[in-house]
Write a protein that binds this ligand. Structure first.
Ligand SMILES: [Zn+2]
Length: 179
């Protein structure tokens, strides 16, 4: 069983910084435990990091969401709290910096980390209705036999209605939803 956990954008700016929210802050310990459990069981963990440059406000995303965040190298760009320890090259893990919601090269990053197509992919992190969904769809489109599950209680959106909408959307496309 080749299992992968993808932790989407659990960065300071989405948790306690520019775009932070209480629902994200509550996830630090549960995500940390899930990361440790996955690694203990021989699985792999991929952390995505939203990564922008100083000209963010002039980009398409910046016009849609005019709040500078996750500027590369700033404190807000780094993973939140104890998860930051995984930015140091921990065996079984990898980091993937991405310039907008979905990481166009996520499939290659996963193949590199897992040595091929994983049998099972779990997703958690923030924001469920934006970056988690975007990367879930990319993974689903690239890995045709992997079972892909959203860990609902380890993901969050500022508006609970958006969380529910994202879960409904993914369920409707055949993803697993773990409560
Ligand atoms: Zn962004």
């Amino acid at each position: 069983m080749n299992k992968l956990l993808v932790v989407v954008d659990y960065q300071k700016d989405f948790v306690s910084g520019a775009l932070g929210f209480a629902g994200a802050q509550a996830l630090e310990q549960p995500i940390l435990l899930r990361v440790r459990k996955t690694l203990d069981e021989g699985g792999k963990v991929l952390f995505t990091r939203d990564t922008h440059t100083a000209d963010y406000l002039s980009t398409r995303e910046g016009k849609f969401l005019p709040v500078p965040h996750c500027i590369e190298g700033t404190p807000g760009w780094h993973l939140e709290g104890q998860l930051a320890a995984y930015e140091g090259g921990v065996p079984g893990t990898a980091l993937l910096d991405k310039p907008t919601f979905g990481a166009a090269n996520i499939a290659d990053a996963v193949r590199g980390l897992c040595g091929g197509e994983p049998d099972e992919i779990e997703l958690c992190g923030v924001v469920t209705s934006i970056c988690v969904v975007s990367n879930a769809v990319l993974l689903h489109s690239s890995f045709l036999n992997a079972r892909i599950t959203l860990l609902a209680s380890l993901s969050a959106a500022p508006d609970p209605a958006d969380q529910a909408a994202a879960e409904r959307l993914l369920r409707g496309m055949g993803y697993g939803i773990e409560p």
